[in-house]
Design a protein. Sequence first.
Length: 325
Amino acid sequence: MLRRLRTSRLLRVLLALVAIGFLGYGLTRNWDDTRRALAELSWWSVAGAWASVMAGAGCMLVAWQRVVAGLGSPLPLRVAARVLFVGQLGKYVPGSVWAYAAMMELGRDHGCPPRRTFSATSLALLVSLGCAVGLAAATLPFTARSMAGRTWYLVLVIPVIAVCLHPRVLTWGLNLALRIARREPVERVLPGRALLAALGWTLLGWLVYGLHAWLVLGDLTGDFSLYALGAGAYAAAWATGLLIAVVPAGVGVREAAMAAALMSGLSQDAGGLGAVETVAVVSVVALVSRLAFTLTDLAWAGIGWLLGRRAQAPAETSASAYAAQ
């Protein structure tokens, strides 16, 4: 199936349509609740939440571009946007393999060997997971103290991820995964400068992502001191959704994890909100968060597709050089 994806334009189109169909399902499955949630908010908080998610995704794009460039394929930003965001629509199809397959074939179209796209995406996910866990560990034990006993383990995950990012461990892990996937091993280790750049842009992206929850929380409660709670809750929710890959794009899982963290934090610092009001606030934040990220995936995929169409195809010599990889 994956080999046919390489040569069949029809299969690529069908995969894109299936992904968009699942994306639409994610938008409509709770549409009545989402519409009521939007009615509770000011237009500026909704617009600001979406803008912050769009900006955060842009930071993640630059981080991924730095990683793939460090591995030997310096893609222009508009080409990187096409490979990353159009390919990531595959995450809405059950099973994480489709996002990887789509990105690898889109990268091949622009002269990036599949093993580099695979390695860059895996590394970017690892870096993002480390930043998300670090942000959650730095915020939730203080903003959601009743969850401290359940989040202490997050601190232990950070050194594990740091060890995995060591050049020798990283190269061994990537080559093992590539061997299982029957791909050629990576030919170079990610330079430290590229790794630091990816870490910086990814952390910035997570901090910007946190603005969307902060804006919605502030609009609903009138308390704009809840940035740390909102940012930490979403970071923990994303990490949970990532680990449960059987659910398309973490639909439902992410909202449940985010709601649990927000409930814990708001119960101790909710500006006088009662239990019913707290549940209502948490539900609105979770629904608007899912809507903002789903629309961002769709918008960035459209932007990446349009920008990628303007990019010139790689030279025939480059295409033939990578054809057998």
